[in-house]
Design a protein around this ligand. Structure first.
Ligand SMILES: Nc1ncnc2c1ncn2[C@@H]1O[C@H](COP(=O)(O)OP(=O)(O)O)[C@@H](O)[C@H]1O
Ligand SMILES: [Mg+2]
Length: 397
């Protein structure tokens, strides 16, 4: 592996394990701040490897690869949560500075550990249980009502690893993996199916010194387990709910010792008194799809904030600079060409901000997103959706 080039002037090298779009989107603010990024990439054409000159290829599961990479960086951050605890532990023992820490990251890696910890902290969660055998699933379904949600504790993303089960037979296949080494070794996570009003996310950043900053709570729209749209701030949100949701996210960040960006995915539910409340769905300890709007819609975007936080620099102002920002994801469809759409969408809407990740088209794959800000919610939402749909090839005019 070659050493990342160092810029004169004492600037640090931030290493990112994983070369996906999140690592790639750190490069814009890294360039602006004069910070050198180095990425441990899956291959030469990973989204971040295409734009970061120092992108050695290596596996995040191989201690040798990660260790050699980490030694050439001043601080290590992550593009995803899939680096095994054993690898993180070795890095820790070597004195590698990483954010978030191994102990914090565990609660974003393992949904069972997350549920246990949040329940101990008294943070509202859906009713949940662990299943090791079919009878556990049947008992839980009888208790909370069918269908139930079943999740693989580790390794899932974009709805992969989440299933709606109408009986234990639906998860018979997964149950055979319980006890084997792998994402289901300790059992499956069972959750009641929450009849939510909508999905929200509270995004905060916390630095190692303990400074924290919160963006406004947003609404996220999921289709088939994949985030497709984000509205910032969450339209019409009860101000008390926005305050308690933000407070909960800041508390989780502090109690778990999270450093960097933390996304707390939530379900909005009617509370016992009829006022809107929330239960926490899951945690992500890195920049998150629910924060992509902030790249164009807030004074400090999440990727810049993540760099500031992992370097223990003072955090930037998270406030929005427009009444509304809508973010629409571009998902892969059948048509492999993306760039030809630029002529149309840019001519049609000069204010739309287009972000593409340099990824090949595969159905349902996140390829990019579009942000539109302005004073009229319905209008910015339509405009962002139109541009994203056009890029996806869903519409042709
Ligand atoms: N307990 C639940 N009740 C209802 N819907 C759920 C529940 N858990 C997950 N979902 C739906 O599935 C989506 C993906 O689940 P999540 O646990 O966030 O998995 P991932 O790690 O793939 O993001 C959620 O955004 C939500 O739409
Ligand atoms: Mg999720």
């Amino acid at each position: 592996m070659t050493e990342p080039k160092r810029a004169p002037g004492g600037f640090p090298v931030v290493g990112v394990v994983g070369g996906g779009q999140l690592a790639r989107m750190m490069q814009g603010p890294a360039i602006e701040l004069g910070i050198q990024l180095s990425v441990l990439a899956e291959d030469e054409v990973a989204a971040a490897a295409l734009v970061v000159p120092s992108s050695p290829v290596g596996r995040h599961t191989e201690l040798d690869h990660v260790l050699e990479f980490a030694r050439s960086c001043d601080v290590v951050a992550f593009d995803h949560e899939h680096v095994p605890q054993s690898v993180l532990e070795s890095l820790e023992n070597e004195g590698i500075v990483m954010h978030p820490s191994r102990t914090a990251l565990r609660f974003a890696q393992d949904k069972l550990a997350m549920r246990r910890r949040l329940t101990d902290l008294g943070i509202a969660c859906p009713r949940w249980a662990v299943a090791r055998v079919a009878a556990d699933v049947d008992r839980f379904g009888a208790e909370v009502g069918w269908p139930v949600i079943v999740k693989t504790p580790r390794g899932g993303y974009d709805g992969k690893g989440v299933m709606l089960a109408s009986s234990s037979a639906d998860v018979a296949d997964w149950l055979t993996h319980v006890g084997e080494p792998g994402p289901m070794s300790e059992g499956l996570l069972l959750e009641e199916r929450v009849d939510f009003t909508r999905e929200l996310a509270a995004l905060v950043a916390r630095s190692p010194s303990g400074q924290a900053a919160a963006w406004p709570v947003v609404e996220t729209v999921q289709t088939g387990g994949i985030c497709t749209e984000v509205l910032a701030p969450a339209p019409g949100i009860d101000p008390d709910l926005a305050a308690v949701a933000t407070e909960a996210a800041l508390r989780v960040a502090g109690e778990l010792g999270v450093t960097g960006v933390l996304a707390v995915e939530m379900f909005e539910v009617p509370g016992p008194d009829g006022r809107p409340g929330y239960v926490v769905n899951e945690l992500a300890m890195r920049p998150h799809n629910s924060g992509h709007w902030s790249m164009d819609g807030a004074v400090t975007g999440q990727f810049e904030q993540h760099l500031r936080a992992v370097l223990d620099l003072p955090l930037g102002d998270p406030r929005p600079h427009a009444p509304w920002t809508a973010m629409a994801n571009v998902l892969g469809g059948d048509y492999p060409e993306l760039y030809p759409a630029y002529r149309h969408i840019m001519a049609r809407d000069p204010q739309a901000k287009v972000h593409m990740y340099g990824k090949g088209v595969r159905p349902g794959r996140k390829l990019g997103h579009v942000n539109v800000s302005g004073p009229d919610l319905a209008e910015v939402r339509d405009r962002a959706r139109h541009a994203a749909d056009f890029l996806q090839g869903v519409i042709t005019e």
